[in-house]
Ligand binder design. Structure first.
Ligand code: TIU
Length: 223
């Protein structure tokens, strides 16, 4: 058993063979100009800044030989898995399924829907396409993790208070012990990120733990 000693609100025990890295939606659609995130009116440059630290975290999990799962928020080309309410919400000029500079917005298989180049999945890593904000809704994620005996999730990705927090709460309700990595997650709204970190670890870790990339890496032993 390894331990992230500096985790908050108290040390987080990591049983290596039962722990997976879960990277949420590190996709061009949220991180590069011209994708879903920018059509919503956001400054996407904030999100790109976490790519190097997230890549260090990913490399550490690969070196340690631990399970790795990437998610993508993605809809089918015919939009059959996109609720009309999700497509109609807001005032954006380009909506889910419309043609944008990186292909159709938030549609599986389009260039803009891919993971950013620095965080591409390698063979053997789990990739889950999800139609919602939470990675457990309408996906095989829970079954895939349970089949591998995963009980602990170290979570990063974007955006902190939307898909990351929703997924962490879904995981918490399913009994997973979750740690959110502070410098491997980002929001378009700095105050929302900070609030999420605090609400996750308040009340004795009501949703889970938080720690930095370096604090997590210090607990991983390379075999
Ligand atoms: N808009 C926003 O902050 N996020 C999303 O729409 N999806 C994810 O967080 N992945």
């Amino acid at each position: 058993m390894a331990t992230v000693a500096a985790a908050r609100p108290y040390p987080y025990d990591v049983p290596p063979q039962q722990t997976a890295l879960l990277l949420i939606d590190m996709q061009r659609d949220f991180i590069e100009p011209g994708g879903f995130g920018s059509t919503l009116g956001n400054d996407v440059a904030r999100l790109a800044a976490i790519i190097p630290d997230t890549a260090r975290l990913l490399a550490g999990f690969r070196r340690a030989g631990l399970a790795i799962c990437h998610t993508k928020e993605a809809h089918r080309a015919d939009l059959s898995d996109c609720p009309p309410a999700k497509r109609q919400r807001g005032t954006a000029a380009l909506r889910i399924g419309d043609a944008g500079p990186m292909g159709r917005i938030l549609i599986a298989g389009e260039p803009g829907n891919d993971l950013v180049p620095a965080l591409q999945a390698k063979r053997g890593e789990i990739v889950i396409e999800k139609p919602g904000k939470g990675a457990f809704y309408a996906t095989p994620l829970d079954a895939v993790l349970r089949e591998r005996g995963i009980t602990h999730l170290v979570i990063g990705g974007v955006t902190t208070e939307v898909c990351v927090q929703t997924t962490m709460r879904e995981a918490n309700d399913r009994g997973y012990e979750c740690l959110l990595v502070e410098d491997a997650t980002e929001s378009y709204f700095p105050a929302f990120k900070q609030a999420t970190l605090e609400m996750v670890r308040a009340q004795g870790g009501i949703v889970g733990w938080t720690a930095t990339v370096d604090q997590v890496l210090a607990a991983l032993v390379t075999p």
